[in-house]
Design a binder for this molecule. Structure first.
Ligand code: ZN
Length: 383
């Protein structure tokens, strides 16, 4: 039987999650600790760090802000502007950009910032999406790498020391800018936080005609380059009480547009609105680990007292892990045809990456699916 956290809806199968002797998961424990933080002290720390990196003579930017146009990056930019900083905002164009995603990028620029968008070769990008879907069951691997590489490359090229990231993957860590020992970003940092699933950029070389020269935007700057500029970074989520829902409310007040419906496979209308691949990405998380985007959002709301666990359970049974027939209204066949993966092959890839311990199978160990290709979890009773 798969164990679930007794407070939120996370299963023990979630990577890097630990459920303790009292049945409470590490994400809930981490949130408990956050409620005891003195945010006034943290705000003062942040001001001290920002003052240190502020450009005094107006000859360069104060910081780089990696942005997607989503609720969090809109909030990041607003906060940076409130501090009176002059940021250079940087986007790596997403794999399959939606119209609402583009409108939110335009909205972000109009907050009053300089903005650079780096678009990687779409032919190579689609090959990478296909290869990663087939080999590691993650269509979004190139997306998640370029989020970390492109802003750091721009920092090196523009000679800007400070990068202001958003959410903090480890809540007790302020990022290199706050560290006494080493305040320079390096490759270890990417490997620790990037979630690269053991796949390396160099693994693409010689596959489907991909050469080293095609992978420049996906390659982290060398330690020498980083040290020459002194590139460092901080997580805003360490210094302010970060909450996606609050960020969405804040961003909306400044023109950020939400989706007219609950996003497919989700419980919200305010996040993951820019990339049509996200439905497939989140569906594979469900197939591998038995929880999807709806569980993430529901658990987040439970921890913050906005949703009762029993109600959240009803909602995830309704929305979590449904076959991704559309994402932001775009049919899965169209999304797959852009990366030249036939629908039949997609179904085979799904089955190949499905953890059969988590879903009901027939006597021949074949996954049982309903007419909409949805699976049934084996041990919902344990939730
Ligand atoms: Zn929990």
């Amino acid at each position: 039987m798969i164990k679930y956290c007794t407070q939120c809806l996370y299963p023990e199968t979630k990577p890097d999650l630990h459920i303790d002797a009292e049945g409470v998961c590490s994400a809930c424990r981490s949130y408990e600790k956050r409620t005891k933080i003195n945010w006034e002290d943290r705000a003062l720390d942040l001001e001290r760090i920002l003052e240190k990196y502020r450009n005094r003579d107006g000859s360069n930017y104060d910081c780089i802000v990696p942005v997607s146009g989503g609720k969090d990056s809109t909030y990041q930019v607003l906060k940076v502007l409130e501090f009176g900083l002059n940021p250079l905002c940087v986007t790596g164009t997403t794999c399959s950009l939606s119209e609402i995603g583009r409108r939110n990028i335009e909205n972000l620029k109009n907050l009053g910032v300089d903005y650079i968008e780096v678009t990687t070769n779409p032919i190579v990008r689609r090959k990478m999406n296909r290869l990663c879907l087939r080999t590691i069951g993650d269509i979004s691997w190139p997306e998640h790498v370029k989020i970390f590489t492109i802003p750091v490359q721009v920092a090196v090229k523009y000679n800007v020391k400070l990068i202001i990231w958003g959410e903090n993957p480890q809540h007790e860590y302020g990022g290199p800018a706050a560290s006494q020992q080493s305040n320079v970003l390096d490759r270890n940092w990417l490997e620790e936080f990037g979630g690269l699933l053991g796949f390396r950029v160099t693994d693409f070389i010689d596959q489907e005609g991909i050469e080293k020269r095609h992978l420049i935007p996906f390659t982290y700057p060398s330690d020498k380059e980083l040290q020459a500029v002194g590139v460092t970074g901080l997580f805003l989520g360490y210094y302010v009480p970060w909450d996606g829902y609050t960020n969405a409310l804040y961003a909306q007040a400044y023109g950020f547009e939400t989706y007219p419906n609950v996003v497919e496979g989700s419980l919200a209308d305010y996040e993951n609105l820019d990339n049509h691949h996200m439905g497939i990405h989140d569906y594979f998380k469900y197939l591998k680990f038995g929880f999807g985007r709806a569980s993430d959002i529901a658990s987040n709301h439970i921890r913050r007292g906005r949703l009762r666990r029993a109600d959240a359970l009803n909602l995830i049974k309704r929305h979590d892990g449904k076959f991704p027939w559309t994402y932001l209204g775009k049919p899965v066949e169209d999304i797959l045809s852009e990366i030249s993966v036939p629908f039949d092959e997609f179904i085979k890839i799904c089955d190949q990456f499905t953890n059969k311990r988590l879903f009901e199978c027939d006597h021949d160990n074949v996954l049982i699916k309903d007419k909409n290709l949805n699976l049934t979890k084996t041990n919902d009773d344990n939730l």
